[in-house]
Design a protein. Sequence first.
Lengths: 80, 414
Amino acid sequence: MKLRVYLNFDEKSVTSPVIWKLAKEFDVITNIRSASVKEGMGLLGLEIEGETSIVEASARWLEAQEGVHVEPIEQNVIEG
Amino acid sequence: MSESIVRALKCRECGHEYEIQPTHVCEFCFGPLEVVYDYDKLDDKFTRELIESRPQNMWRYKELLPIDGEPKVGANNGFTPLIKADRLAKELGVKELYIKNDSVCYPTLSFKDRVVSVALSKAVEFGFKTVACASTGNLAGSVAANAAAAGLESYVFIPEDLEQGKVLGAAIFGTNVIGIRGQYDDVNRLCSEVAGKYGWAFVNVNVRPFYAEGSKTLGYEVMEQLGWKAPKHVVVPMASGSLCTKVDKSIKEFIKLGLVEDNQTAMYGAQATGCSPIAKSVKDDTDMIHPVKADTIAKSLAIGNPADGYYANKVMKESGGYAEDVSDEEIIDAMKLLARTEGIFAETAGGVTLGCAKKLIDSGKIPRDESIVLCITGNGLKTQEAVLNEVAKPRIINASLKEFDVLAAADGVK
């Protein structure tokens, strides 16, 4: 499946390599589609692709990261 | 004039264009999509005279709305009064003040009837049978009522702690009301997932680009009601920030079509201090919107992660406007002031708009000698809890003239 999310980083998390950690932790393809980093804040449009259970686990992991706000994009769960 | 001038859905970020379809996210960069038009196709045929010849509802501007032909839902919606608010103007110390009173919008007493009738008309065109929304209250009532009148199945998702008037104001229409444990942002997140899975028309998710265009009719009406003039200053409440951007768009469209002259209109946004991510970004002179946890009595504005915040911020800055926020106490004071001076019982969001306008005037951000329009977007009967203990209780007497005489004498009545 493919999961599409917006990620919002606060000033503490914005300098942390969250996407690298995500890819190390889970067997998923991460595809950054848009990004903006400034003034102690970051916004990221991210596509995560892989086995359904692993993608879902990776989304839960992202939500648990301090200072990271995860917003699903509708019509985002594309069965593939 | 039946030919649609709608050109496409266009990504606000990367500019990629898409055919008209029920979607609102760019496949390339995940940016939001907006309806764009070929204004040249109107070819001077969309005139003041044509508009004035039509029935007084929001569809008199149908050429500038993203529907095909006639509206399928909400044919009588919109066209609310614009009131010259002289008593309130005197109180605020300003020369020319108007209230756009959408607290009496047909049929559910909020400006949401404008956006919903466009969204549901489009949903019917797309062939959807079930419509839905994530709502802070007003939208739920409007979706439920307009769907009922159009014979559509509906689901409305709301935070579980919503005002009783708003829950009842949706449930009466036979909709499926789903209360979610959490805040509006949690409701919205769930709805994103439901929209992806169930294939319904979510007015503020997959048909959002069409839905949002309905807000423009508020701006068109203000300009027509001012005698085909753009106001100098407009104050709107902000939740997602969409209304701010769409009123601005309506003014730019009328200028482009030669229906009004450019009056350098400045847009101002109002939020409750307990949920003011957009106002904060404007005050901090940044364009980054930091999500917040909402905590305010103005529940209809309690969106902590506003989808159009960035664009509303840009509109306010580019138009020469500003943003302000007010405390819950100031909201209640402003609701009472509006009721006392103009006989309008606005919901808490109306208190936010007036409270912020007062601050903007007092601080000199809005000059006292130019035209100001305040947009009141919802009715106070739906948020009675906010002022229940703030108004005088009835004085009870027996049905006796003697007792009334005593009461009148105490009041100094002669």
